[in-house]
Design a protein around this ligand. Structure first.
Ligand code: SF4
Ligand code: SF4
Length: 380
């Protein structure tokens, strides 16, 4: 009941937001009988930054043709990281001839020590070919201990120096980080938020952050909806590729969300995501997402951290299932394998096929042991 009421409220709010947003022409050919879709800008919390509702997750290997098209269409939010290989350099080359002042650029540091973070920002600025980033994140901080005092000192020093206008961190579960975020005066947060991951687990934290004026960037917004692992099923919905479109519309129906950072590899994918800014979230979208969500239930970990039980071998279940999702749902074996290889050696060598039964139970219906076995076969 509560969830349905929230959905209805989002649908209404989303319509109003689209109507009220700033728009510009894109050149996308409109579907028959429809108007040309427009880019819609939203305000990123108290930073006051005007960002396109669909931003761009640059990822490990950005495709220049697709990024250039996004720039031409008016998408102005671009997210990368020092830990994404050559991503910053490739993106920096793409934007060389663009008006820097019209772009909102975010990058991240994966380091924890002050000296390393201060070195990372300089390397990032050089790679990006700019003398400041709009947002500087600490990358993947899922517990307060992942941000020691010296890391806090470093990022606040970076902001003071003008190398970054605003500060944030990325995390996979905002519930565990909301108070830490507010207490330590970060400006934005980048966190997982999607229909599949479930507003239910995250809405309270998102609201608290939003009420505090924090700009919220949603990631993993369509990860589970690409249908990559559903290709052999009789599933016309995913074959049409409408899942990601509906998924982004669902996310943007929450007015607390400032922008989203889907990674886009092709122009059709970009154009489809782009439409999500202009089109209303409908009951048909809701129905489709519900059906797809049920289909992926046994295999897609929602990163809710609600597993019961403790693995006697110290397996970080949620992390490993997330790495597997990089391959199975994003088609990114490279990221999946690299993430897995960063686990401690003793964890990498665990084989879940050696257990008769798994100590971990998932209330969301994920077949934990089978998924971990697949991760180890594929990534170890
Ligand atoms: S395995 Fe299940 S309970 Fe554990 S984090 Fe994933 S979805 Fe949540
Ligand atoms: S199958 Fe065994 S080793 Fe793997 S997570 Fe479950 S309890 Fe741990």
């Amino acid at each position: 009941m509560g969830t349905n009421q929230t959905r209805r409220k989002f649908i209404k709010t989303g319509l109003a937001l689209s109507a009220a947003g700033l728009v510009s022409s894109t050149g996308i050919k409109p579907a028959f009988g429809q108007e040309e879709p427009k880019v819609v800008y939203r305000t990123l919390g108290k930073t006051g930054l005007k960002v396109s509702g669909v931003g761009y997750g640059i990822g490990f290997v950005p495709i220049p043709e697709v990024v250039n098209k996004a720039l031409d269409m008016g998408i102005n939010y671009y997210d990368t990281s020092r830990v994404y290989g050559d991503s910053e350099k490739i993106f920096g080359d793409i934007i060389k001839k663009r008006d820097r002042s019209k772009l909102v650029i975010a990058t991240k540091s994966g380091s924890r020590r002050k000296a390393d973070i201060l070195k990372d920002i300089d390397t990032s600025l050089k790679s990006l070919g700019t003398d400041y980033v709009d947002i500087y994140h600490l990358h993947a901080r899922d517990t307060p201990t992942a941000i020691p005092d010296e890391a806090l000192e470093a990022v606040h020093e970076i902001k003071k120096s003008g190398k970054a206008r605003f500060l944030g961190f990325s995390c996979h579960d905002p519930n565990r980080m909301v108070d830490f975020h507010i207490e330590n005066k970060f400006d934005v947060i980048q966190t997982t938020y999607s229909y599949a991951i479930g507003g239910f687990y995250r809405d309270k934290a998102i609201k608290k952050l939003s009420d505090a004026g924090v700009g919220i960037i949603a990631m993993k917004v369509v990860v589970a909806l690409t249908g990559l692992n559903l290709q052999n099923l009789d599933n016309p919905v995913t074959k049409k590729g409408d899942g990601p479109l509906a998924g982004i519309k669902w996310v943007l129906n929450n007015p607390a969300i400032g922008t989203t950072v889907p990674h886009m590899k092709t122009i059709p994918e970009l154009e489809m995501n782009f439409r999500a800014m202009a089109e209303p979230y409908t009951p048909a979208d809701e129905k489709m997402l519900y059906v797809m969500n049920e289909q992926i239930r046994p295999s897609y970990c929602r990163m809710c951290y609600q597993c019961s039980g403790v693995c006697p071998k110290g397996m970080p279940v949620t992390d490993v299932l997330r790495f597997l999702a990089y391959n199975d749902y994003c088609g990114n074996y490279h990221q999946a394998r690299m993430s897995f290889m960063e686990l401690p050696k003793e964890v990498q060598s665990v084989r879940c096929s050696d257990c008769t039964t798994c100590a971990i139970k998932c209330p969301n219906g994920v077949n934990v042991q089978a998924r971990l076995i697949r991760a180890q076969e594929l990534l170890a």
